[in-house]
Design a protein around this ligand. Structure first.
Ligand SMILES: [Zn+2]
Ligand SMILES: [Zn+2]
Length: 276
């Protein structure tokens, strides 16, 4: 069971390593995965493949945003790589719908072995743990809050706090008023938000419940006026990344900041590391 929350220690920090922040694969484009303090994986996209065996072995917890392949592709493969080297099962946290999808379509002994029963049902390589939106729980010295997301399958975002500020990840989402209502109450140190498609593909973005730059602009208008924090763009399609960032720059400024800057919007790259 997940642990209840206690008061955060104000001297602690969240160390975030970007393993993948692309909406699809190509050379040097890895799909969504963030490593927190070397121990917690947020989504398990293809970026996980850049970790050494030792680094992979050090991960004990995986927080999944949803069941789509670009967010879970490396999970079955990494279990196979390190399970026999680990003493404890890999703990995977996800919504019930996400867990059902993974059990039905991935760990089904057809696509991949059912590692929830291997090597034995009593001591498996992987265990699933249900989460719910609004829930807060503790992993090591981190506090994890499950945030709502609006997507084509059950989906969440996360806020992870160690000291006073939190690292917030939107997950895959379209317009999401409940998300903004909640994060306006938090002390956000960094927001990672998806913008999967360019304005040219705005209809596709709408149908697939992703953001495009114009919709992102209206979403960022939901940030409370007294709140200011870096906003990192993730999940851009590789073929459209330059266009998406140019379209975002048109409604705002990327670095260097101009005199009328409203938001501090940044591009993300795999390999970047942040300390929140
Ligand atoms: Zn998705
Ligand atoms: Zn995705």
């Amino acid at each position: 069971m997940v642990q209840p929350i206690s008061k955060p220690n104000e001297t602690l920090a969240v160390k975030v390593r970007v393993l993948g922040c692309s909406g699809a694969i190509a050379k040097e484009c890895k799909t969504t995965s963030f490593l927190i303090d070397g121990q917690i994986l947020v989504d398990a996209g293809t970026g996980v493949g850049d970790l050494t065996l030792e680094e992979m072995c050090g991960i004990g917890h995986v927080l999944l945003s949803h069941s789509h392949l670009d967010h879970i592709a490396a999970l079955p493969l990494m279990v196979d790589s390190v399970a026999a080297m680990r003493r404890e099962p890999l703990r995977v946290y996800a919504l019930p719908g996400t867990i059902t999808a993974l059990k039905t379509h991935i760990f089904n002994n057809v696509i991949w072995p059912d590692f929830t029963r291997i090597p034995t049902p009593q001591a498996p390589f992987i265990t699933f743990h249900e989460i719910s939106i609004g829930q807060t729980f503790q992993l090591f010295d981190k506090y994890v809050e499950v945030l709502p997301a609006v997507h084509t399958v059950p989906a969440v975002g996360y806020a992870i706090t160690a000291g006073t500020g939190c690292w917030v990840y939107s997950g895959d989402t379209e317009r999401n008023p409940a998300f903004w209502r909640r994060i306006n109450q938090l002390n956000v140190a960094m927001l990672v938000i998806e913008t999967a498609f360019s304005n040219r593909e705005k209809d596709l973005a709408r149908r697939s419940l992703h953001l495009s730059p114009t919709v992102l602009a209206s979403e960022l208008d939901c940030i409370a006026p007294n709140k200011k924090y870096p906003i990192c763009i993730t999940h851009t399609k590789p073929a459209e990344t330059e266009l998406i960032m140019a379209e975002i720059q048109r409604f705002d400024q990327t670095q260097p900041f101009g005199p009328n800057v409203v938001h501090d919007i940044r591009r993300m790259f795999a390999g970047q590391e942040y300390e929140i």
